[in-house]
Design a protein around this ligand. Structure first.
Ligand SMILES: NC(=O)c1ccc[n+]([C@@H]2O[C@H](COP(=O)([O-])OP(=O)(O)OC[C@H]3O[C@@H](n4cnc5c(N)ncnc54)[C@H](OP(=O)(O)O)[C@@H]3O)[C@@H](O)[C@H]2O)c1
Length: 367
């Protein structure tokens, strides 16, 4: 008797959760969709989102955050192995991998045909023999934006760079600025997001400084940057999705302006490793070595990267309040990402105070 009553109650709960109301109809222009189920991973929000560039550093955190709320995510990939970790980020059937090529408009169209929102995270800060800066950051961005517009996609969110500037000495920053213009022309309501250099588990900032400190001493390590936590940027991109319309450009720099000198000292302090004794390489020598390295192994230091090491980050103010995120300081997250560079005997040692920002000397020296 008791079990019948209990099963009736649970049936009633299930039916109540399945009941759809007017408020469940998601308002996507031209594409009515119905949300279903309780909030969370197993629900369906009714949205379908395509994330181009999902296989990269920022992409994985964005896909995870979007899929967690029950949105179906199309994940275009080039290499079979690059999308495997994304598959488990959503409920069954919610993560849909699709093979694509940036130069195949038909494949781009297939990837976004059913989507109401498209993110473009595609970018590469070095050139390869197949793709130069223009073909990825300008032509690629333009073609995705154009196809999204003609397919009736209602939101387009394009990730650029804080230092995007047509007059920059860096070809990468020039291409990012040109890409923004092409996107705006093709998709006038697009949201352009400009994060500063990001740090996190798979970053090319803290990991690279830990391994190749010599390349971070260019310009006497006095270049100023505004590093931002990748999780903060991913959260900002996720929040944009729930704001009905946000056309324009959003700058997302980190909360503080720091020198590479400070980051080198911070790294040494957090890892208990001695401060780097690498010499300061003159710019022409670094540029020459980078040019040679390019012909040997692509992800090595590129000539354009040498140029970028001499360019201070733009000092524009951040637009974090528009996306409801408070960016975190690098000192609060550094241990999480740098502990792996500690030796076994120092692995569980407590964190010492960060070095002074004005006079950055590794705190290790005092221990
Ligand atoms: N990381 C930073 O500090 C930083 C700072 C500011 C702005 N950004 C911008 O933010 C975006 C995401 O950055 P990220 O760090 O996540 O970059 P990432 O790790 O290098 O990933 C880039 C993504 O773009 C894809 N991609 C690159 N070239 C491609 C091509 N020719 N054809 C198709 N796909 C291509 C990659 O696909 P594969 O996996 O197949 O190679 C990958 O999914 C980029 O636009 C970047 O410029 C990054």
């Amino acid at each position: 008797m008791l079990s019948t009553a209990a099963s009736r109650a649970s049936l009633a709960r299930v039916l109540a959760s399945q009941k759809r109301g007017l408020h469940d109809i998601v308002n996507i222009p031209g594409r009515p969709a119905v949300s279903n189920g309780p909030p969370g991973r197993s629900a369906t929000t009714g949205h379908v989102v395509t994330v181009f560039g999902c296989t990269g550093f920022l992409g994985r955190y964005l896909v995870s955050k979007i899929a967690k709320s029950g949105t179906q995510v199309i994940v275009p990939y080039r290499d079979e192995d690059e999308k495997r970790h994304l598959k488990v980020m959503g409920d069954l059937g919610q993560i849909v991998p699709m093979e694509w090529d940036l130069r195949r408009p038909d494949q781009i169209e297939e990837c976004l045909r059913h989507s109401d929102t498209v993110y473009n995270l595609v970018g590469r800060d070095f050139e390869t023999k197949n793709f130069d800066f223009k073909s990825v950051q300008v032509d690629g961005a333009e073609s995705i934006a154009k196809i999204a517009a003609s397919a009736g996609v209602s939101r387009f969110i394009h990730v650029s760079h804080l230092n995007a500037d047509k007059d920059s000495k860096s070809k990468f920053y020039q291409a990012k600025a040109e890409g923004e213009e092409k996107v705006k022309a093709a998709f006038p309501n697009a949201t352009i997001v400009r994060p500063a250099v990001m740090y996190g588990y798979e970053d090319r900032l803290l990991n690279n400084i830990a391994i190749w400190s010599v390349w971070w001493k260019l310009n006497n390590a006095q270049t100023k940057i505004r590093p931002v936590h990748v999780m903060d940027v991913a959260q900002a991109l996720t929040n944009i999705f729930s704001i009905p319309s946000l056309p324009g450009t959003l700058n997302l720099p980190g909360p503080s302006t720091l020198t590479y000198d400070y980051l080198l000292a911070l790294l040494s302090t957090v890892t208990y490793n001695p401060p780097s004794r690498a010499p300061v390489v003159p710019k022409p020598v670094a540029a020459f070595l980078a040019k040679v390295a390019q012909n040997v192994w692509w992800p090595a230091l590129s000539p354009d990267e040498v140029e970028r090491r001499y360019i201070n980050d733009s000092d524009v103010s951040g637009d974090w309040d528009k996306v409801g995120v408070v960016p975190t300081e690098i000192e609060d997250n550094a241990l999480l990402y740098l502990r792996r560079y500690r030796s076994a005997e120092n692995f569980v040692r407590p964190v010492v105070l960060p070095p002074s920002r004005e006079n950055p000397v590794s705190a290790n020296l005092e221990l």
